[in-house]
Write a protein that binds this ligand. Structure first.
Ligand code: ZN
Length: 74
């Protein structure tokens, strides 16, 4: 995935948060996204619950995975 193609730090997706992300949240909105299309948010430890809860309360399917910067993307 091109999002993880570079060596730069990955910042949390929460507005105004500049912490380094430790998690990735892949989610989709079945009402506007074509089948199989997903968006990815990145989350720091502090905001993972917030971002996950935001999606859960809307009923969006999501998958949370640890973000390991040292792992190759492919
Ligand atoms: Zn954050």
């Amino acid at each position: 995935m091109s999002l993880f193609g570079g060596p730069e730090r990955f910042a949390c997706s929460r507005a105004a948060c500049t912490a380094q992300a430790s998690w990735r949240i892949d989610w989709s909105n079945p009402r506007i996204h074509a089948a199989g299309r997903r968006k990815t948010w990145l989350a720091c430890d502090e905001h993972r619950d917030y971002l996950e809860g935001f999606l859960v309360t809307r009923g969006f399917p999501l998958e949370v995975s640890p973000l390991h910067a040292e792992d190759p993307a492919s």
